[in-house]
Design a protein. Structure first.
Length: 70
């Protein structure tokens, strides 16, 4: 499965993130559970990530940790 590129706006700045559709779907579900727009959740992940870790990797790890914690 090839990653799909989507545009996000993080604190007023546009960026593109490539993730597999399963990760996009899970990330949207988590945002909906929290009552947040996807951009707001992505901004939270972005703020909490190590600068050495790319945003796409940080989102994948966020999704993985979310579902492991259940």
């Amino acid at each position: 499965m090839r990653p799909e590129k989507h545009s996000l706006t993080l604190r007023g700045h546009r960026t593109s993130v490539s993730l597999e559709e399963d990760f996009w779907r899970a990330f949207r579900e988590i945002a909906a559970e929290r009552g947040l727009p996807v951009n707001a959740l992505a901004a939270e992940v972005d703020e909490g990530r190590d600068p050495e870790v790319g945003l796409a990797s940080a989102i994948r790890l966020f999704v993985l940790r979310h579902y492991r914690a259940r």
